[in-house]
Design a protein around this ligand. Structure first.
Ligand SMILES: [Zn+2]
Length: 432
């Protein structure tokens, strides 16, 4: 305990002694930094402020935040903050956790250390077999997810990627088997495809694994399990870069309502050792979305979005290797993702604007968190570095190794050739 206190004291001392460029506000035990401060750090000179909102920008790069809101926009793409903004000294402030785990890797994805080259895309069609997923008037989620994945596979292969599928037919594959399958491929990324359900909700949303210490947006609140370091957390920076590339592509290609990029601990993105993302490509429960999902044209558009996501991710993290043949959206000057050209043609029912809580699939709680609540204090492992001009202040709760060299788990099975997808297995808990 004394060691922890010592580390904490040293950390705080270093923040205030050397972090002259940052003004850190502490609110309810959590550190926040003003948008003005963040603008200065990223060299975004233009600051537009109203009473409720602030936009900082330079050319096409922009960050937008609202007072006491979890909605946050980077280059007009919507993200849901892990903690709503606060107002201190009349300034809208963002949590240090969100700065380190969201804004920084999205704004500077090429700064992600040791992002490995990828040669394989693992596509995961949700549900299957007895597990239909969400139903619409036109058909089951399992069928649309598989069709989308098969279309994406064809496009990716045509672009020169190796593609493997966790399922290639209408059979059930337990979540753990999907994870084991994905973990056979060290030089791969994992993309799960689902369709949403929940009342009249509409639009697309993208899930990235919640960093350690961050509550899942699918849970009722903070949980002790939030403090557990999951396998996937070794890939926090790549996860958010992949999710950003995916969400930008989804919004741009489909023109669906942008529900935002959110955090969760779905099993398939929690336990994999490679960068992963879970896409919710529209609402089966909404007649407008459901009818569109049932059209081959929409699913082909989703497949194109997946190809663009992979291409943009590779470019964003600057991973070497086979250059994709397809043109990409991102510009050289902006390492992140401009979606200003993507109009949202639909409006939501309003629920999205109020709370970051996501509407998940109708197939049960897809999150693995225990529901027991606990104070989400940074009670150990404080490795918070002093903020500098080249690095944002480190997050106390964050996994200390996340931005360092990520370690792959050794593949458990040597697979010179792509193994067959896992075959039909016994029913297990419904989950993603
Ligand atoms: Zn689903």
């Amino acid at each position: 305990m004394s060691r922890l206190i010592l580390i904490l004291c040293l950390t705080l001392c270093s923040v205030f002694a050397r972090g002259g460029d940052w003004t850190v506000y502490s609110v309810s035990g959590r550190d926040y930094l003003s948008m003005e401060n963040i603008a200065e750090f990223y060299g975004l000179p233009k600051v537009q402020r109203t009473e409720r909102e602030i936009t900082i920008s330079s050319g096409i790069r922009s960050l937008r935040a609202s007072a006491n809101s979890a909605d946050f926009f980077i280059n007009n793409l919507k993200f849901i903050l892990s903690y709503p903004t606060v107002v201190k000294d009349g300034k809208i402030c963002v949590s240090r956790m969100d700065l380190v785990k969201l804004i920084e890797p999205v704004m500077r994805p090429s700064a992600i250390k040791n992002a490995p080259n990828i040669d394989t895309i693992v596509l995961d069609a949700g549900h299957g077999g007895h597990d239909n997923g969400a139903m619409s008037l036109w058909g089951p989620e399992k069928a649309y997810a598989l069709d989308t994945v098969l279309r994406a596979k064809a496009l990716l292969q045509a672009a020169g990627y190796k593609v493997v599928l966790t399922r290639d037919g209408d059979y059930f594959v337990p979540l753990d088997d999907r994870v084991r399958f994905a973990n056979r491929y060290p030089n791969a990324i994992f993309i799960a495809v689902h369709f949403n359900s929940g009342g009249w909700g509409t639009g697309v949303e993208t899930y990235s694994l919640a960093p350690r210490g961050v509550p899942s947006m699918m849970a009722d609140g903070p949980s002790v399990s939030d403090l557990v370091q999951c396998t996937g957390n070794a890939r926090d920076a790549e996860n958010i870069a992949l999710a950003t590339a995916s969400h930008a592509a989804l919004v741009l290609k489909t023109h669906m309502f942008d529900r935002g990029l959110k955090r969760a601990r779905f099993v398939v993105i929690r336990d994999i050792a490679i960068p992963g993302v879970l896409l919710e490509c529209g609402f089966q429960s909404n007649p407008y979305d459901g009818k569109m999902i049932a059209t081959p044209l929409y699913r082909q558009t989703l497949a194109q979005a997946i190809l663009a996501a992979v291409t943009n991710y590779k470019r964003a993290v600057g991973a070497p290797g086979a250059a994709p043949r397809q043109a990409v959206q991102a510009t050289q000057t902006s390492p992140s993702y401009d979606v200003s050209a993507a109009p949202s043609v639909r409006t939501d029912d309003g629920s999205d604007a109020k709370a970051p809580k996501a509407q998940g699939d109708s197939d049960g709680d897809p999150d693995s968190d225990s529901k027991s609540t606990a104070k989400n204090d940074a009670d150990g492992d404080s490795k918070s570095a002093a903020p500098t001009k080249s690095n944002p202040p480190a997050e106390k709760n964050a996994e200390p190794k996340a931005s360092k060299s990520p370690q792959f788990k050794k593949p458990t099975v040597a697979t010179p050739d792509p193994p067959a997808p896992p075959k039909k297995k016994k029913p297990a808990a419904k989950n993603k």
